[in-house]
Design a protein around this ligand. Structure first.
Ligand code: SF4
Length: 127
Protein backbone atom coordinates (compact mmCIF):
# COMPACT_ATOMS: atom_id res chain seq x y z
CA UNK A 1 0.00 0.00 0.00
CA UNK A 2 1.15 3.50 -0.80
CA UNK A 3 -0.28 6.99 -1.17
CA UNK A 4 -0.84 7.38 -4.91
CA UNK A 5 -3.24 8.64 -7.61
CA UNK A 6 -6.14 6.33 -8.41
CA UNK A 7 -9.48 6.67 -10.19
CA UNK A 8 -12.57 7.14 -8.06
CA UNK A 9 -16.03 6.39 -9.47
CA UNK A 10 -19.06 8.14 -7.99
CA UNK A 11 -21.74 5.47 -8.45
CA UNK A 12 -24.51 7.96 -7.71
CA UNK A 13 -23.54 9.83 -10.90
CA UNK A 14 -22.61 6.83 -13.11
CA UNK A 15 -25.26 5.89 -15.68
CA UNK A 16 -23.50 2.69 -16.76
CA UNK A 17 -22.93 3.85 -20.37
CA UNK A 18 -19.55 2.06 -20.50
CA UNK A 19 -17.69 4.81 -22.34
CA UNK A 20 -14.91 4.72 -19.76
CA UNK A 21 -14.09 1.02 -20.29
CA UNK A 22 -12.23 1.35 -23.62
CA UNK A 23 -9.94 4.34 -22.82
CA UNK A 24 -8.54 2.46 -19.83
CA UNK A 25 -5.33 1.00 -21.23
CA UNK A 26 -4.99 -1.30 -18.23
CA UNK A 27 -8.42 -2.92 -18.36
CA UNK A 28 -9.16 -1.78 -14.81
CA UNK A 29 -12.74 -0.63 -15.39
CA UNK A 30 -15.70 -2.90 -16.09
CA UNK A 31 -19.47 -2.42 -15.91
CA UNK A 32 -21.03 -4.47 -13.10
CA UNK A 33 -24.75 -4.33 -12.39
CA UNK A 34 -25.07 -1.19 -14.51
CA UNK A 35 -22.26 0.75 -12.81
CA UNK A 36 -18.60 1.30 -13.69
CA UNK A 37 -16.19 -0.27 -11.22
CA UNK A 38 -12.41 -0.38 -10.79
CA UNK A 39 -12.26 -4.16 -10.60
CA UNK A 40 -8.81 -4.39 -9.02
CA UNK A 41 -6.99 -1.36 -7.66
CA UNK A 42 -3.65 -2.88 -8.77
CA UNK A 43 -4.87 -2.44 -12.39
CA UNK A 44 -5.48 1.33 -12.12
CA UNK A 45 -2.39 3.47 -12.71
CA UNK A 46 -4.28 6.70 -12.00
CA UNK A 47 -3.45 8.20 -15.42
CA UNK A 48 -7.07 9.29 -15.79
CA UNK A 49 -7.58 8.78 -19.53
CA UNK A 50 -11.11 7.63 -18.67
CA UNK A 51 -12.09 10.99 -17.12
CA UNK A 52 -12.60 12.93 -20.34
CA UNK A 53 -15.16 10.52 -21.83
CA UNK A 54 -17.54 10.42 -18.87
CA UNK A 55 -20.72 12.37 -19.70
CA UNK A 56 -21.81 12.45 -16.06
CA UNK A 57 -18.64 13.69 -14.35
CA UNK A 58 -18.60 10.49 -12.31
CA UNK A 59 -14.84 9.95 -12.61
CA UNK A 60 -12.13 11.73 -10.68
CA UNK A 61 -8.53 10.96 -9.81
CA UNK A 62 -7.87 11.10 -6.10
CA UNK A 63 -4.82 10.55 -3.93
CA UNK A 64 -5.30 7.84 -1.35
CA UNK A 65 -3.75 4.71 0.11
CA UNK A 66 -3.97 1.92 -2.46
CA UNK A 67 -2.02 -1.17 -3.54
CA UNK A 68 0.83 -0.43 -5.95
CA UNK A 69 0.02 -0.45 -9.68
CA UNK A 70 0.90 -3.89 -11.11
CA UNK A 71 2.16 -3.43 -14.68
CA UNK A 72 2.45 -7.18 -15.34
CA UNK A 73 -1.09 -7.84 -14.13
CA UNK A 74 -2.38 -5.01 -16.37
CA UNK A 75 -0.55 -6.43 -19.42
CA UNK A 76 -2.00 -9.89 -18.70
CA UNK A 77 -5.51 -8.47 -18.33
CA UNK A 78 -5.33 -6.58 -21.63
CA UNK A 79 -3.96 -9.65 -23.44
CA UNK A 80 -6.93 -11.66 -22.16
CA UNK A 81 -9.42 -8.98 -23.18
CA UNK A 82 -7.92 -8.68 -26.65
CA UNK A 83 -7.87 -12.46 -27.11
CA UNK A 84 -11.56 -12.63 -26.15
CA UNK A 85 -12.48 -10.00 -28.73
CA UNK A 86 -10.34 -11.52 -31.47
CA UNK A 87 -11.30 -15.16 -30.95
CA UNK A 88 -14.96 -15.00 -29.93
CA UNK A 89 -16.38 -12.44 -32.33
CA UNK A 90 -14.98 -13.70 -35.64
CA UNK A 91 -18.11 -15.13 -37.19
CA UNK A 92 -21.08 -13.51 -38.89
CA UNK A 93 -23.86 -13.15 -36.31
CA UNK A 94 -26.46 -13.78 -39.06
CA UNK A 95 -25.17 -16.96 -40.75
CA UNK A 96 -22.16 -18.09 -38.73
CA UNK A 97 -19.72 -17.73 -41.64
CA UNK A 98 -16.13 -17.18 -40.40
CA UNK A 99 -13.50 -14.74 -41.60
CA UNK A 100 -11.77 -17.75 -43.20
CA UNK A 101 -14.74 -18.05 -45.60
CA UNK A 102 -15.26 -14.38 -46.51
CA UNK A 103 -14.95 -10.75 -45.51
CA UNK A 104 -16.50 -9.70 -42.18
CA UNK A 105 -17.60 -6.15 -41.32
CA UNK A 106 -18.05 -4.76 -37.81
CA UNK A 107 -21.56 -3.67 -36.92
CA UNK A 108 -23.69 -2.75 -33.91
CA UNK A 109 -27.05 -4.33 -33.05
CA UNK A 110 -29.13 -3.89 -29.89
CA UNK A 111 -26.13 -2.61 -27.93
CA UNK A 112 -23.77 -5.40 -29.05
CA UNK A 113 -20.63 -5.22 -31.23
CA UNK A 114 -20.95 -7.94 -33.85
CA UNK A 115 -19.58 -9.07 -37.23
CA UNK A 116 -21.61 -9.42 -40.41
CA UNK A 117 -20.32 -11.15 -43.57
CA UNK A 118 -20.36 -9.66 -47.07
CA UNK A 119 -23.14 -12.06 -48.13
CA UNK A 120 -25.50 -11.06 -45.32
CA UNK A 121 -24.72 -7.35 -45.32
CA UNK A 122 -26.95 -6.31 -48.28
CA UNK A 123 -29.93 -8.13 -46.76
CA UNK A 124 -29.23 -6.56 -43.36
CA UNK A 125 -29.02 -3.10 -44.92
CA UNK A 126 -32.00 -3.33 -47.29
CA UNK A 127 -34.16 -5.88 -45.47
S1 SF4 B 1 -18.29 6.93 -18.60
FE1 SF4 B 1 -19.06 7.75 -16.62
S2 SF4 B 1 -21.27 7.37 -16.68
FE2 SF4 B 1 -20.37 6.08 -18.28
S3 SF4 B 1 -19.96 4.07 -17.24
FE3 SF4 B 1 -18.08 5.30 -17.05
S4 SF4 B 1 -18.28 6.32 -15.05
FE4 SF4 B 1 -20.33 5.61 -15.62
Amino acid sequence: MALRSIVNIDETLCNGCGLCVTPCAEGAIEIVDGKAKVMTEELCDGAGFCLAVCPEGALTVEKREAPDFDEQLAAKKMTEKLAAVVTIKQTCFNCGRSEMDGVLFPCRLKGESLWACARCLPQLIHG
